[in-house]
Design a protein around this ligand. Structure first.
Ligand code: ATP
Length: 353
């Protein structure tokens, strides 16, 4: 399979190479052949090629099966047309409508809760996000100096697609899906999202389906996260709830993600580019490495390639063992290890089985 390597910015230059190291080890151990294609993006691309998103990027990505995208530090980009934030463009262009974000606690790691094993499926391309909910212009505008209007877009097709991805995921797990919304207030927008979820519930009678109002859900997530399996929600609610959920199990370094669409998938951790710790070899590579594992699993299932599914599972097992051993962990996990040391330890465990 062909997989792109897009480092992104700041800690992306540290955690993405560790992810490639681990995926390479997993591919070798399982007989999966990966052709890697490094593609410049972000600040590095701007400095060398004059744009954060070189003109041939979309074309090059289209020829791949999927890619790793490191975190993007777009807030630090120069405010010029040549320096757009690349990731909304990628999510939109490839219709990466489902942002799948697992949250898992580990018994040996400090965590607000134990026994957490849930996945939030966040709609990725519409909702309130003004940089991607319209095809031209921007979904947020200011008619006068003192008035701002933000537009939220909810479509039947978008809701149905993300709900289907969530139902399918729930079917492969504990068969429990919670749709999070606020149709008590957003009667039309959230109402349409929930209607589409209900239509699909009829197609998945083996999945226990329930609804939760977003504010109640936010509270329950903090108090009893163990009661959830798969959660599906609209873009903005998902953005907030995934960070909240990551906080329950050790912070942003523990929050992987996969943006999946009809033809491609992009491994992208939930966290940002963490400029405060960049260049110090202390960033936690867990989220990016687990995103890479998710990409292998997704590609394996899609192509009926059992070896690729096993490569992903092998990474999961290796990560679990390294966390349990506790020796190579980065400072955010209470350890004294380094990014590269943790990557090495995981790659070694991958080779061991
Ligand atoms: P964005 O808005 O782009 O998502 P953000 O404002 O949420 O970014 P992050 O860059 O994600 O900010 O960082 C938030 C905090 O979490 C910072 O203190 C950062 O150091 C920490 N952090 C983020 N990712 C990691 C990681 N992989 N390992 C360790 N700490 C991390």
């Amino acid at each position: 399979m062909k997989i792109g390597i897009l480092n992104g910015d700041d800690i992306g230059h540290e955690i993405v190479p560790e992810t490639v190291k681990v995926m390479h080890a997993a591919a070798q151990a399982t007989g999966v052949r990966i052709d890697w294609e490094p593609i410049p993006i972000g600040r590095t691309a701007y400095d060398s090629l004059g744009t954060t998103m070189p003109a041939d990027t979309l074309q090059r990505l289209a020829a791949l099966d999927g890619w790793l995208l490191g975190p993007i530090g777009h807030m630090a980009y120069p405010k010029v047309p040549e320096a757009p934030n690349p990731h909304p463009i990628l999510r939109k262009h490839f219709d990466l409508y489902a942002n799948i974000r697992p949250v898992k606690s580990y018994p040996t790691l400090k965590s607000v809760h134990q026994g957490v094993d849930l996945v939030i499926v966040r709609e990725n391309n519409e909702g309130f996000q003004p940089d991607r909910n319209v095809v031209a212009g921007c979904g947020e505008f200011r008619p006068t100096h003192d008035v701002t209007i933000s537009v939220r877009v909810i479509t039947r097709a978008g809701s149905s697609k993300v709900a289907r991805a969530a139902f399918e995921l729930a079917r492969s797990r504990r068969r429990h899906l919670t749709a999070v919304h606020k149709d008590t207030v957003f009667k039309l927008g959230c109402g349409m999202f929930v209607e589409e979820c209900h239509k699909l519930a009829a197609e998945f009678p083996d999945v226990r389906f329930e609804e939760a109002i977003v504010d109640t859900f936010a509270m329950r997530l903090v108090m009893t996260p163990q009661r959830y399996d798969v959660v599906v929600t609209t873009n903005m609610f998902g953005d907030i709830l995934t960070d909240e959920a990551a906080g329950l199990v050790g912070g942003l370094g523990m929050a992987p993600g996969l943006c999946a669409g009809p033809t491609h998938a992009m491994a992208q951790a939930t966290h940002g580019s963490a400029p405060d710790i960049s260049g110090r070899n202390i960033a936690n590579p867990y989220a990016m490495i687990m995103s890479g594992s998710m990409l292998l699993d997704w590609l394996g299932r899609r192509n009926g390639d059992a070896a690729a599914v096993e490569a992903g599972a092998r990474i999961d097992r290796a990560v679990q063992r390294v966390i349990q051993q506790g020796e190579a962990l980065t400072p955010d996990l209470g350890g004294t290890g380094t990014t590269s040391g943790m990557g090495d330890a995981i790659a070694e465990e991958v080779r061991a089985g």
